[in-house]
Design a protein around this ligand. Structure first.
Ligand SMILES: [Zn+2]
Length: 282
């Protein structure tokens, strides 16, 4: 747990310290994860471990003048697609959306106007999109949708087909876990977990689980064991490289959030162009 000391946790602050962060125009990061099955080789905490691992690797490479705080992670996300597997905890999308928005509202209430939703679970994407928009509608606030798996991957680290189809517990996640939390990986259960999507892509279909046209899937539709991807390609050195790569991207996103010109975000009420016609006040 000593590693946690590297992160400037929100919950370690006092009200006066939070008020000072608001004056310093700090960036707040909200980690969003999942507690869900990742096959038999990885623990339920995989997405949480990866998200916090990337944050811990990003924090020391931020420029030193960066006022930053990390909100308590929302460890449980929307994992309906994994709900047939024992151990998966899931919020409904409605509950998850409300939770993210209500935490964001609290951050705005503290006077902080730069919020990065840092998500490490694919199933949370839609919630991240909607929560960011709802928070923007409610506040003159920058809300960033940062899904690490949407950051460009390092070139040549993982074969393209594996990046496309190894969605869950494949080479990417297994490598990062072998680097971040090797004691949690059950090496004997590592395998090549074929995905339904691979066959569809080989048959030339545009339709696939995450194809150009996607369909809603349950994890067991893609592979009965719950994991998809070739975890035999994983190793700790690759994991270290992936963590460094995605952490560098995350650090840049946080710095970009800090540099963003908030005056470009319009205030509330009708857009200025329509005010005169509608007789709206300032
Ligand atoms: Zn995962």
């Amino acid at each position: 747990m000593t590693k946690d000391l590297a992160l400037p946790w929100w919950q370690d602050l006092t009200p006066r310290q939070v008020a000072r962060l608001a004056v310093e125009d700090a960036v707040a990061v909200l980690p969003l994860a999942a507690i869900e099955q990742h096959g038999e080789h990885l623990p339920l905490s995989t997405d949480l471990d990866i998200g916090l691992g990337l944050l811990r690797a990003a924090a020391p490479i931020l420029r030193p003048d960066m006022p930053l705080c990390v909100l308590p992670p929302l460890a449980v996300g929307t994992s309906l697609e994994h709900s047939a597997f024992p151990g998966t905890l899931s919020l409904t999308p409605e509950t998850a959306l409300a939770a993210v928005v209500e935490v964001g509202n609290s951050v705005a209430r503290a006077g902080i106007r730069r919020l990065v939703l840092f998500n490490s679970h694919g199933g949370n994407k839609a919630v991240v999109d909607l929560a960011a928009l709802k928070l923007r509608v409610g506040h003159r606030m920058l809300v960033v949708r940062a899904n690490y798996f949407r950051f460009a991957p390092p070139t040549d680290a993982i074969p393209a087909a594996e990046l496309l189809h190894g969605l869950h517990g494949g080479a990417l996640e297994t490598s990062m876990m072998l680097h971040l939390a090797p004691h949690k990986v059950r090496a004997g259960a590592i395998g090549d977990f074929h995905s339904l999507g691979q066959g569809m892509a080989l048959a030339g279909r545009l339709l696939g689980p995450e194809g150009e046209a996607g369909f809603a899937w349950m994890a067991q539709d893609l592979n009965p064991g719950g994991a998809t991807g070739n975890a035999t390609l994983a190793d700790a050195a690759l994991g270290a490289r992936l963590v460094a790569h995605y952490a560098a991207a995350l650090a840049q996103v946080i710095e970009d959030a800090r540099d963003f010109d908030l005056s470009t975000l319009a205030g509330h009420g009708p857009h200025w162009e329509f005010r005169e016609r509608s007789g709206g006040a300032e």
